[in-house]
Ligand binder design. Structure first.
Ligand SMILES: Nc1ncnc2c1ncn2[C@@H]1O[C@H](COP(=O)(O)OP(=O)(O)OP(=O)(O)O)[C@@H](O)[C@H]1O
Length: 949
């Protein structure tokens, strides 16, 4: 709305004030002129006239039907182009239709028109030459039997000048050149396409074949290695083969930015592949009129979508992904071609948009050559269920479609006008040359004039924000890969990106890896997915309500949609206790959802152990990556060592999702940090991947150590630049609009990709969860979290926990179990010191009272931390027997080279009280403890020993 107001106000200022008027004076498309009825229908009138002429010519030339004007009509068709007059009705028909459909001619139309004219010229010229080069003087009838007037014009002089052969050669060259112009490609580009097609046909991995297909391809058994269980079998390809590893896969993945290969068409030209899709588009457009869709309405759309879907069929993972392949392009087309509203285009007529084009994702046809590989790859992931059936992945239909993608709306046109006004107002020679509309923001491309400093444009940031009434604009100088400045401005009519659409896109379908998850859509409107195996660990952060949990939900749902529990297992840590409970009981879980931060820390330690175990296995069989090991296992190339009872089976990927890192870091920062560091440094090759989410992107939570080991970041909206820098090491996240608007920084990348996160409704999640749970119950690993140690903090300690800990520390470090020492050191009364001593006895820190003698100390100094944790209720009881035995035997083994030597102190190393030998003195009454006296007596009575005096 703000933008529309802006449009009208700027238009009126343009007519009322000198400067504004001069800025727009030459514009023949001024709003006023467009509103005249004559102007509005002039183009349509012309189109109908041309269609009428095409019809009459067609009747005359094709069917010989005409009235008295028959001869005249024949001259119109055949006179200019001779025998090619037969195609004139077709050409005129196409012109008429495109005039009706396209309301303004862009560069694309001009190029195609020029190319077609060249082709026509060359063909008529060839016909002229081939027909014996008739002369004009011989009469028009002769020319009409040859190449017409056009053919004569070009053919006759060339034959005279260079002979028929020379003329023919020149016309062939003209045909080739014109065909290039029509295609919009250069020879080098055509060559590249041919090479790729050829490589794809021959199955050349360096061609269009993707890593996913190669990695999951057939495993070849080699003669030498295959028979020897101890040796490593050779594989077709290894994980380490891939150069330029990238976690992100964009729908137009084959396209390169800024090289002109991206198809640029004006907004009105989008092809509709299916009439049903037009209907979807209409619905989408009506949705776009509303402000950003709230979750309630998204649920409504989702259920609407699913009700239209085909009934769910049980399909095995292998069949399912192979069958989905051809459907993907149509689905993709559905979401991309929908949403064109004639009003949108006509409203845009107030600007001359010849230069303003919207980039539309190319709809690539499914590649037949890829299918066999894909099916082959997925066949390996069929999972047998205990009842003899095969595990079936959830049907795509469970995730409903979202609204279609609009490439241009009146809101965009209003912003373009506002931007142009700002440039005019501040006398900056810059022009908006185009824009690409994404779901949440549109990126407007600005070209500067000659000699204009880029900083003059960036200096206008605040004025631009003012003009478009948004404080969330983001400037890109330049747009990566383009010599243009990008201004990202939030759409007032933003779109929702449904996870179902992302997973049905080509970007997702062409990857068979089970860890591929749907991220969302980028600013160009392309679907973006990421392979968590390549990420390989991800930090997700942003302020509350920015969309982190929605991302985590999309990610887990993606995994359930694409991977069997045999392929991916998960550890879900949800200290908030509500976010992930919906996934309780899914067979992909390796342990029940962990809600206690303490248990989570233990689970991380388990992950470290699991990682080490996997590494040992890899090392013993001679593989460097779990993928290679799994491939070899599936091919039967890995045999257990002779005599071993072990059954070798592929390792599943292990995904560890922590939904709030801050809670873990508050509980046991050092342990958690150390585990995360170890996992992140090594776990990729072991197939273990960490996803750490937090709403507190502060240095205490996202420590330097964690940052340096988690290479991929997904930043949702943050409250400040500081937070953005903590996550991304750069500004930007503070300008995001929230609700799924995110910046993704890939591993090793320096620039971020803006993404509108995919959205999955709770209803959809429930249906997917129900589907997977109905087939299999989870097999939990017992050892992930050890059963919680019964909390030893009982009421008897009450408020004395601190004192008790100090007492334990004193006694353990001094190895002297004296009550009077506690009195003096802790400045407590006799009663309280006695009670503390009894509490320590109940926890087996000291032995029973032996009259006036100091008590035996049962815990060694090196067990101090463990004991204190146990008293606090944070850990298990220290194993006293073993350590005592060790220390008493005094037979500590020689430490390995480099390891610190542990010195165990004898339990009775203090023969006498080290504290002035006061142990034998009668224990004194309380001093400096008056306030606690009353309590102390009560406390003493609690020990059950009765009064001590
Ligand atoms: N990708 C998205 N598309 C549409 N709406 C979204 C998207 N992501 C989030 N939202 C909206 O934002 C709301 C908050 O998102 P979410 O709960 O994921 O935020 P959060 O960052 O996890 O917050 P918190 O840290 O408080 O849990 C959602 O209820 C939804 O309405």
């Amino acid at each position: 709305m703000a933008n529309r107001r802006n449009t009208s106000s700027s238009a009126s200022s343009g007519s009322g004030r000198g400067r504004g008027a001069s800025a727009h004076a030459p514009d023949p498309h001024a709003p006023g002129s467009q509103s005249l009825p004559g102007a509005r229908y002039r183009r349509t009138g012309w189109a109908f006239a041309i269609l009428g002429l095409a019809g009459m010519l067609g009747l005359r030339e094709w069917f010989g039907i005409s009235g008295t004007a028959g001869a005249f009509l024949h001259h119109i068709a055949a006179g200019p182009v001779g025998v090619l007059g037969i195609i004139v009705p077709l050409l005129l028909g196409a012109l008429g239709v495109s005039m009706l459909r396209v309301h303004h001619m862009g560069a694309l139309h001009a190029r195609v028109a020029v190319g077609c004219l060249g082709l026509l010229t060359a063909l008529t010229g060839m016909i002229q030459v081939g027909s014996g080069n008739p002369r004009l003087a011989d009469g028009i009838a002769g020319l009409e039997e040859a190449g017409g007037i056009l053919g004569w014009l070009v053919g006759y002089p060339l034959v005279v000048l260079f002979s028929s052969v020379g003329a023919f050669i020149l016309f062939i060259l003209l045909v080739a050149f014109s065909a290039l112009v029509v295609s919009g490609k250069t020879i080098a580009e055509l060559r590249e396409i041919l090479i790729q097609r050829r490589a794809a046909l021959l199955g050349d991995p360096d061609g269009t074949d993707t890593l996913a297909q190669r990695a999951l391809g057939r495993v070849r058994r080699t003669g030498a290695g295959g028979d020897d269980p101890g040796s490593t079998a050779l594989l077709d390809s290894y994980d380490g083969d891939e150069a330029f590893r990238s976690a992100l896969e964009t729908e137009g993945g084959g396209r390169k930015r800024g090289n002109g290969r991206r198809k640029r068409v004006s907004a009105g030209e989008q092809p509709s592949l299916d009439p049903a899709l037009d209907q979807a588009g209409d619905e989408a457009t009506s949705l776009l009129d509303e402000p950003f869709v709230e979750p309630e309405s998204t649920t409504r759309i989702a259920s609407h979508g699913s009700s239209q879907s085909a009934p769910a069929l049980r399909r095995s993972p292998a069949k399912r992904r192979a069958q989905d392949e051809p459907a993907a392009a149509a689905d993709q087309a559905a979401s991309q071609t929908a949403g064109e509203d004639p009003d949108v285009i006509s409203a845009a007529q107030s600007w001359d948009f010849d230069a303003i084009t919207a980039e539309t994702p190319e709809v690539s046809a499914p590649q037949v050559t890829e299918e066999p590989d894909l099916a082959d790859a997925i066949a390996m992931s069929d999972m047998a269920l205990p009842d003899g059936t095969t595990y079936s992945l959830p049907e795509d239909a469970l995730l409903g479609p979202g609204p279609g993608h609009s490439t241009r709306t009146p809101a965009n046109d209003a912003v373009v006008e506002a931007l142009q006004n700002v440039f005019a107002e501040f006398n900056v020679d810059a022009t908006v040359t185009g824009y690409t509309r994404g779901p949440q923001v549109t990126r407007y491309e600005v070209a500067r004039g000659r000699g204009v400093n880029v900083s003059r444009i960036t200096g206008l940031e605040k004025n631009i924000a003012y003009a478009v009434a948004s404080d969330e604009i983001r400037l890109l100088t330049p747009i990566p890969g383009k010599s243009a400045i990008g201004i990202e401005i939030p759409n007032s009519d933003r779109e929702m990106v449904k996870l179902g659409d992302v997973l049905r896109s080509q970007a997702a379908k062409k990857q068979s890896h089970p860890l591929v998850v749907g991220l969302g859509k980028n600013v160009e409107g392309d679907y973006v997915v990421t392979n968590l195996a390549k990420t390989p660990h991800l930090l997700v952060a942003g302020q509350t309500g920015s969309g982190k949990s929605s991302f985590v939900n999309s990610m887990i749902t993606s995994i359930m949609m694409r991977a069997t529990p045999q392929e991916v297992r998960m550890v879900l840590v949800d200290p908030k206790r509500v976010e992930l409970t919906i996934y309780e009981g899914i067979p992909h879980l390796i342990t029940p959802i962990i809600t206690s931060p303490k248990k989570a820390a233990e689970a991380l330690e388990w992950v470290v152990r699991e990682m080490d175990a996997r590494y040992d296995d890899l090392a013993s069989f001679g593989y460097k990556h779990i993928d290679d090991f799994n491939k070899a296992v599936r091919a039967g190339d890995v045999q257990p060592l002779p005599g071993s009872q072990r059954e070798v089976s592929p390792y599943p990927y292990l995904l560890v999702v922590v939904d709030e890192l801050a809670d873990l870091m508050m509980t046991a920062p050092k342990d958690v940090e150390a585990s995360i560091q170890r996992i992140t440094q090594l776990a990729r090759a072991a197939g273990i991947h960490l996803i750490l989410a937090t709403q507190r992107p502060v240095a205490q939570v996202v420590t330097g150590l964690i940052k340096s080991n988690v290479p991929s970041r997904l930043a949702f909206a943050t409250a400040s630049q500081l937070d953005s820098r903590v996550i991304l090491d750069q500004n930007g996240a503070e300008t995001l609009t929230g609700q799924g608007d995110a910046l993704y920084l890939g591993p090793g990348a320096s620039s971020t990709v803006r993404i509108q996160g995919s959205w999955v409704t709770e209803t959809e999640i429930r249906s997917v969860v129900d589907h997977v749970k109905a087939q299999l119950t989870p097999e939990y690993r017992e050892d992930v979290v050890v059963p919680e140690v019964k909390k030893q903090i009982d009421e008897e300690i009450g408020d004395d926990m601190d004192l008790l800990l100090q007492a334990a520390e004193l006694i353990i470090t001094s190895q002297f179990g004296s009550t009077s020492m506690l009195q003096r050191k802790l400045r407590v009364g006799f009663a309280k010191a006695g009670r503390l001593m009894d509490l320590l006895e109940s926890r087996e820190v000291v032995g029973p009272s032996e009259g006036s003698k100091a008590r035996d100390v049962l815990v060694q100094p090196e067990q101090l931390e463990e004991t204190l944790a146990w008293i606090r209720g944070d850990g298990a009881a220290p194993d006293q027997g073993e350590s005592q035995a060790d220390s008493q035997a005094d037979q500590a083994p020689e430490p390995a080279a480099g390891e610190p030597r542990t010195v165990s102190l004898p339990a009775n190393r203090y023969a006498t009280d080290p504290l002035e030998g006061e142990a034998d003195l009668p224990e004194s009454q309380s001093w400096e403890d008056d306030a606690a006296e009353e309590d102390s007596q009560d406390a003493w009575s609690l020990t059950g020993r009765g009064p001590s005096w």
